[in-house]
Write a protein that binds this ligand. Structure first.
Ligand SMILES: Nc1ncnc2c1ncn2[C@@H]1O[C@H](COP(=O)(O)OP(=O)(O)O)[C@@H](O)[C@H]1O
Ligand SMILES: [Mg+2]
Length: 293
C-alpha cells in the first residue's frame, strides 16, 4: 500500500502521527500542500503523475491522510483525490459539511441532535433582527474558520450594531453570511470528544476564564470520560456529518448537552495529553483500515 500524509507544516499533532506510523512499521510519504499542482482536465496525467514529484501523488498513492492546516486545502484536495481513485481521510463529504458551520448545523438538526438555536441572515438589517430574535447575549460566528477566530458575543443592541456594521464594511466574503446563535450558559468549560471510525476514543473538558474555550486560545484540558451520554452524543454527531476521524465540540447547557460543531481537520495534542489516550495511534489504525478497503 502506498500512503501519504498531506501537510502544511509539521505540528506536534503530525509528529505524533509520524511516530504512530513508524511504530507500526508503515512506510509513508510526506507531501507539502504548497507544492501541489493538480491537472483537473487530464485525468491520465493526474493519475499517472506529472513531472513535478508532488503532482504524482494521485497516481502513486492508495490513500492520503489530510493534515493541511488550511481547511480549504484539505477539502479541495479530498475532492480531487477521491475523483482520481485515491482515498482521502477524511472524505470530501465530511470535510465539506464540517468546514461550513451552516452545513454542520443543518446536518445535526436533520439527525435530530440537540444544538444551540441558530439563525442565518445575509443582510445587516436582517442580521440585527436575527440577533434581537435570539436575544442577548447572542453569538455571531463566521461560517468558516476555527481556533475561535472572529467569534463575537454581543450583550446588547449597541454591540450587535457595531459588530454587524464592521462585518458589513470591513469583513471579507465569509462575513457576508451572518451565523447568529444563542449564547449557551456553559459552566466555564466545554467538551471536546474525538470520534474515530464511529467510536468515541477520547475526550477532554476545556476550561477557560474566557467564554471562548478553544485550546488554541488558552483553554486548559482535563480528561472527560467518553463512556457515558457525552460519548454517545458525539458518535451520533460524527455520523451526522458523514463519519471519519473528527473532533466534536459539545456545550453543557442548563437543559442538557448541545452539539456545537464538528471539526474534520482536528488537532488532538491537547486531548492526547489530557486523556492519556494514544489518539494518533487510533487515527493511524483507522486510516490503515480505510486504505485497505
Ligand atoms: N453559542 C455559544 N455559547 C457559548 N459558548 C460558545 C458558543 N459558541 C461557541 N462558544 C465557545 O467558543 C468556542 C469556539 O466556538 P466554535 O463554534 O467551536 O468555533 P471554532 O470553529 O472557532 O472552534 C467553543 O468551543 C465555545 O467555548
Ligand atoms: Mg470549535
Amino acid at each position: 500500500m502506498k500512503l501519504a500524509v498531506l501537510l502544511s507544516r509539521v505540528r506536534q499533532d503530525e509528529k505524533l502521527i509520524f511516530e504512530a506510523l513508524t511504530q507500526r512499521g508503515v512506510e509513508f510519504a510526506k507531501v507539502d500542500d504548497r507544492e501541489l499542482v493538480f491537472d483537473l482536465t487530464d485525468p491520465a496525467a493526474t493519475t499517472q503523475g506529472l513531472t513535478a514529484s508532488t503532482s504524482k501523488m494521485v497516481g502513486r498513492f492508495d490513500s492520503v491522510l489530510l493534515r493541511s492546516v488550511s481547511q480549504t486545502r484539505a477539502q479541495t484536495t479530498a475532492s480531487i483525490l477521491a475523483a482520481a481513485g485515491t482515498k482521502p481521510v477524511n472524505s470530501p463529504a465530511t470535510l465539506a459539511t464540517c468546514n461550513d458551520k451552516v452545513l454542520t448545523t443543518i446536518a445535526l438538526v436533520q439527525a435530530g441532535l440537540p444544538s444551540p438555536r441558530t439563525l442565518v441572515a445575509f443582510d445587516p438589517e436582517s442580521a440585527l433582527k436575527a440577533v434581537e430574535d435570539i436575544g442577548y447575549p447572542a453569538v455571531l460566528k463566521p461560517p468558516t474558520g476555527s481556533w475561535g477566530r472572529l467569534l463575537s458575543r454581543v450583550n446588547d443592541r449597541d454591540a450587535a450594531e457595531a459588530v454587524i456594521e464592521h462585518k458589513d464594511t470591513l469583513g471579507s466574503y465569509v462575513h457576508s453570511i451572518y451565523y447568529v446563535q444563542e449564547h449557551v450558559a456553559k459552566p466555564g468549560r466545554d467538551i471536546r470528544i474525538i470520534v474515530i471510525g464511529g467510536r468515541a476514543v477520547a475526550g477532554m473538558y476545556r476550561y477557560s476564564e474566557h467564554w471562548v474555550t478553544n485550546a488554541a486560545r488558552g483553554g486548559h484540558g482535563v480528561n472527560c470520560p467518553v463512556d457515558g451520554d457525552v460519548g454517545r452524543l458525539a458518535e451520533k454527531a460524527a455520523a451526522a456529518v458523514g463519519g471519519g476521524a473528527v473532533a466534536v465540540d459539545i456545550l453543557e447547557s442548563p437543559t442538557g448537552l448541545l452539539v456545537n460543531e464538528v471539526n474534520a481537520t482536528m488537532e488532538f495534542k491537547e486531548c492526547t495529553a489530557a486523556s492519556g489516550v494514544d489518539i494518533a495511534g487510533a487515527l493511524v489504525d483507522y486510516w490503515l483500515e480505510v486504505a485497505r478497503q
